[in-house]
Design a protein around this ligand. Structure first.
Ligand SMILES: *Cc1c(COP(=O)(O)O)cnc(C)c1O
Length: 233
């Protein structure tokens, strides 16, 4: 517990400092504690330290954790790739889905949200860096996807998400974060009736630079819970 508490304290401090550097305060940035591969007992300890928002990559893994920790008033975000055939489960489980990247997926979420008579908050995932291995819509295709999404009554788009290339040198990926913010500003002008306030960007290696560039959600796994087992992304 002490080690976890110390890590959380450290991350909170770094978040607050980076927020100040961008002319904002710590409250403007939400820490999404990424719990893939993290056992339920450790998530419960993190919740006791005051973390409230947790991010999972896989619907199935999240399902068990959400069920086990029900009653603690936690928020669960889906940050990983979502297959269309898991859209129903995703709508059932997640307060925010960061990874909408196609019209087909958006339509599947719309159908399932409508069936449950709820409005599902989502972010659009953008492949800013253009890496072939990355999910996400290309910047060129983003306006068309945005136009589609803002017309779906049971989805509420709230902003954009990106995953920067892995780096030991966060300054290298600053242009990726800056570009996501610029794309967001462009969408704000084009589709002013939707909210584009959220920018989900930054992970353990680069969250401070992401915050300096305007991140409102940082997805942090290892800096809070320690290294994952080798081979687990
Ligand atoms: C695993 C993961 C993270 C957290 O990565 P860390 O390097 O452990 O902070 C953030 N976002 C996504 C999409 C992830 O898959």
């Amino acid at each position: 517990m002490d080690e976890l508490a110390e890590r959380v304290r450290q991350v909170r401090m770094q978040v607050a400092e980076a927020a100040l550097r961008s002319g904002r305060s710590a409250e403007d940035v939400t820490i999404v504690a990424v719990t893939k591969t993290v056992p339920i007992e450790r998530i419960a300890l993190a919740a006791e330290l005051g973390l409230r928002v947790f991010g999972e990559n896989r619907v199935q893994e999240a399902r068990e954790k959400v069920a086990a920790l029900r009653g603690r008033l936690l928020n669960w975000h889906l940050i990983g790739h979502l297959q269309t055939n898991k859209a129903a489960r995703a709508v059932e489980l997640f307060d925010l889905i960061h990874s909408v990247e196609s019209t087909r997926l958006a339509e599947a979420l719309e159908r399932n949200a409508a069936a449950r008579e709820r409005v599902q908050p989502v972010l659009l995932e953008v492949n800013v860096s253009g890496e072939a291995s990355k999910e996400g819509v290309s910047p060129a295709e983003l306006p068309a996807l945005a136009e589609k999404i803002v017309g779906l009554p049971h989805l509420r788009v709230q902003g954009l998400m990106t995953i920067a290339p892995y780096t030991e040198h966060p300054e290298e990926v600053r242009p990726v974060f800056r570009r996501l913010r610029e794309l967001r500003d462009m969408l704000r002008e084009r589709f002013p009736r939707s909210s584009w306030d959220m920018l989900s960007m930054g992970m353990t290696n680069d969250f401070q630079v992401a915050i300096e560039e305007g991140a409102t959600l940082v997805r942090i796994g290892r800096a809070i819970f320690g290294e994952r087992l080798a081979g687990v992304q």
